[in-house]
Design a protein around this ligand. Structure first.
Ligand SMILES: Nc1ncnc2c1ncn2[C@@H]1O[C@H](COP(=O)(O)OP(=O)(O)O)[C@@H](O)[C@H]1O
Ligand SMILES: [Mg+2]
Length: 252
């Protein structure tokens, strides 16, 4: 876990890498009319400088004060940005700071800051797709199966604790349309801490450390949910994902 932390935070200091990832996100979302990723100005960027085209927008605090239909449209765009890239692309952005978004009319969002980006491995993407597909379909059994493979659990109390937590974390999909509230986001963090404490008490052969790549997924989850909670609107998250999730044929 410490190795992974060190590697990702060191990468954040390399602006050539950040520029490369900003270009990747711009290309990946190019077909989405609600998403803007500012263009990198190549001739004015290098290892210690990153220059982008100037694309300002409404800041987060003002967006939070807009009427609910507008807030719901922004949440839908944020959700697509995060989960299309995570589930179908090769990267996710693990820095969901509210300052990294700017808001525009009709659900339009501009995204900045690709310093903390984590690659996703193809085999994990397939498992993550299976988890999302099961949650969208409301199939708890299939979801627990896929989540157990993702977390590499080995049965027993630890598996039960970890999977109970995962089901709760996917409530926005299971119970869609859903309003991610501040109290839901806070209860999830409390449940995570509680399950970590419980996990200390299980027999040693049942315990599985967080698999590589999952650490920053947690950071994304907590940060992203608290951003969505502050926008505070009911959204049909399952419908958003149904529109882009592959059907899973042959992806067992
Ligand atoms: N291309 C851009 N157009 C307009 N504003 C930008 C642009 N890029 C960054 N910003 C503004 O600058 C702030 C800091 O940039 P960011 O890339 O997030 O750096 P940091 O790593 O310091 O968080 C952003 O929160 C945003 O308000
Ligand atoms: Mg930033």
């Amino acid at each position: 876990v410490l190795d992974e932390l060190g590697a990702v935070f060191r990468q954040e200091l390399d602006f050539r890498l950040e520029a490369e990832r900003q270009r990747w996100f711009a290309a990946f979302h190019a077909g989405d009319p609600k998403i803007t990723v500012p263009r990198v100005v190549d001739g004015r960027s290098g290892p210690r400088v990153l220059t982008s085209e100037w694309r300002p927008g409404t800041p987060f605090d003002e967006a939070c004060a807009a009427p609910e239909p507008e807030r719901a449209a922004w949440i839908a765009t944020l959700w697509r940005f995060v989960f299309r890239a995570t589930l179908l692309g090769g990267y996710f952005n693990a820095d969901p700071h509210p300052g990294n978004y700017a808001f525009g009319p009709d659900g339009h969002v501009t995204f900045y800051d690709f310093g903390c980006v984590v690659p996703t491995r193809p085999e994990r993407r397939i498992l993550a797709q299976a988890m999302h597909r099961a949650a969208v379909a409301g199939d708890v059994q299939a979801f627990r199966g896929a989540a157990g493979r993702m977390l590499q659990t080995r049965g027993g109390a630890y598996e039960r604790i970890a999977l109970d937590y995962m089901v709760e974390a996917f409530a926005p999909l299971f119970r869609s349309p859903y309003r991610i509230t501040r109290s839901y986001a806070a209860s999830l963090l409390a449940a995570f801490k509680e399950s970590a404490k419980e996990a200390m008490k299980v027999p040693e052969d049942e315990f599985v450390p967080i698999p590589e790549g999952m650490l920053f997924m947690n950071r994304l989850q907590f940060g992203f949910y608290s951003v969505v909670a502050r926008l505070d609107a009911e959204v049909d998250f399952a419908a958003i994902e149904r529109a882009f999730l592959p059907d899973g044929a042959g992806a067992g």
